[in-house]
Design a protein around this ligand. Sequence first.
Ligand code: IPM
Ligand code: MN
Length: 378
Amino acid sequence: MSKEGICMKLKIAVLSGDGVGPEVTEQAVKALDAVGDYFGHEFSFHEALVGATAINKTGSPLPQETIDICKSCNSVLFGAIGDPKFDNDPNTKVYPEQGLLGIRKELELYQNIRPVIVYNYLLNNSPLKPENARGTNILIYRELTGGIFFGNKGVSEDGQTAFDACTYTVEEIERIAHAAFKSAQGRKKKLTLVDKSNVLETSRLWRRTVIAMSKEYPNVNVELMYVDQAAAKIILNPKSFDVILTANLIGDFISEEASSLVGSKGIMASASLGDKYSLFEPIHGSYPVATNKGIANPIGAILSAAMLLEHFKLITEAKAIKSAIMKAMELNLTTPDLNNLKPLSTEKIGDFIADYICNPDLTNFNIENIYLGQSTII
Ligand code: IPM
Ligand code: MN
């Protein structure tokens, strides 16, 4: 029985994918296992192939078996996809990325939610001046299953012309906009729609739709901003944003830009939600040069596991993970991206976080033992 009295059973598909995906996902699973033990929940994990790893084993970046496993589970924990082997061959017909795009479409994960938070512990890691970075807390809602990513595309027979069409329907805009409005209501009540409506017809449709919807959310202050202007403002005054709502491609760029403010992309988490399914993923990607070196930051993956728990209303449990992460940051127990003087390995950070989840009242840490990979308790 859990501390709250209710045992939650969750089946979680684990798609750890390529590059550093498996090593960081392992730490997220470790954290969830610790939460399961401490709070008395039953989490089971079901591995499936995706990305380059899946292509190498099956020929497909997203085998049907993987889709079936995801659909039979309550949620999906995703690692990363991508392999330079495929990037360097422009004629290849299969890409690891098709695995990620495919699973988003199959599970209808139309909302991609990316929190951009500058933690005080990492103020000196941000490329911004501390006074500009301090207090940044943006929640980006990126549309994830429409727009130019999924429109008609093609190349002419002579190979001299190519096109990618961008299409949106009011329905596609409304369903993510409702989620973003509701989220803004629980925050600072400000929603910034980022678009290119001075040029693009789809952006004008976003504006008309969001303006019409704003009447349903009278307590939310709606701000309309062109993407070029927003790109500058995210760097100059990130604190001026609360919730950002935007289309697929713009959201890809803007969220990547914003993630560079927090000190390390390695700590960025995300949730991709649909009406039926959900997927949680660090945003750092496969980081091929770091693979199996123990230097990949597992915090993005572990925070994504905390977002998974929040999604299932396990708020205290999610807080337990976040407190452990904060403790690791406070004690400077981090990977070389944040601490190149005395970095800790991916695995040891995972061990510390799992230990701390099970021993939250701990105050006496034997830091040397943590570096040696021994218990954190003494
Ligand atoms: C992301 C990634 C993906 C995207 C790629 C890998 C297809 O960049 O999740 O932001 O562009 O959506
Ligand atoms: Mn991206």
